[in-house]
Design a protein around this ligand. Structure first.
Ligand SMILES: [Zn+2]
Length: 258
């Protein structure tokens, strides 16, 4: 839908009579703006997952948020550093706040988009760890599409997770969903970044030390594969410093805790 002005303004994916994406596009849009755009990719990702009940909206938006980054990195439109910078900066917005009742029952913006993306990231890391990087979340998502699970199909969420778990050869998604659906699960993001070799640092336009990153990559097959296959810097602005403040977490070694 053309409008005055420049840039990709907004997008909507819907599946009433066949899947479709409506993009509001400025008539003066530049090639650069199109190359940097994340909205079209986000909306297209929505087409590749079944429609689920309203309380599971977080998985639809979380997948679109997470996969959009990865897809653009895989296509060479974003660097791994940009993707990790985005994740480090924005993933804390997906952490549960006061009165949170789990992903299915807390339809706030942060929990819907970034809580959902955090679910995807945790699942991806778990799958890669369990299979020594042989499989990732992408393999599960492809299996869902292969089984007919696109936006035109109404599926119970459990069905989608089961199909994906069969493909990735472990109940990672179903287990994670059981943990997070009705319980506020605190995720130790700083620990996760350390484990993956991602070092947040507020300097210039990048939150990581490239040299340190390369050194870690040489040691960590997991992180190397994850970096190679992930990730997006969706917002032209920098994540706020507040977004990088580690969230206070309960004591313990575990990555996630209720
Ligand atoms: Zn969306």
């Amino acid at each position: 839908m053309p409008v005055d002005g420049a840039g990709v303004r907004s997008g909507t994916a819907f599946a009433n009579r066949g899947s479709a994406v409506r993009i509001v596009l400025g008539r003066a849009v530049t090639e650069r703006q199109l190359a940097d755009d994340w909205i079209v990719v986000h909306e297209l990702v929505h087409l590749a997952f079944p429609s689920v009940a309203t309380e599971h909206h977080w998985i639809e938006e979380g997948l679109a948020t997470y996969v959009e980054s990865i897809a653009r990195a895989q296509a060479g439109h974003l660097s791994a550093e940009q993707v990790w910078a985005e994740f480090v900066g924005f993933m804390p917005k997906g952490l549960p706040g006061a009165n949170d009742q789990g992903l299915d029952h807390t339809p706030t913006w942060g929990r819907t988009y970034w809580g959902g993306a955090m679910f995807c990231l945790l699942a991806d890391v778990q799958i890669r760890e369990r299979t020594n990087n042989r499989l990732g979340l992408q393999d599960g998502l492809r299996a869902i599409v292969a089984a007919g699970g696109n936006m035109e199909a109404d599926w119970p969420l459990e069905r989608a997770l089961r199909v994906a778990d069969t493909a990735i050869e472990s109940p990672a998604l179903e287990t994670l969903y059981d943990q997070m659906k009705a319980t506020p699960v605190a995720v130790d993001l700083p620990q996760l970044w350390r484990r993956l070799g991602v070092e947040p640092r507020a300097m210039g336009c990048c939150w990581m030390t490239p040299r340190r990153l390369r050194r870690c990559a040489a040691r960590s097959r997991l992180r190397r594969a994850t970096v190679a296959e992930t990730v997006a810097f969706r917002h032209p602005g920098l994540p706020s410093a507040a977004a990088l403040t580690p969230t206070p977490l309960p004591e313990g070694e575990g990555l996630i805790s209720s």
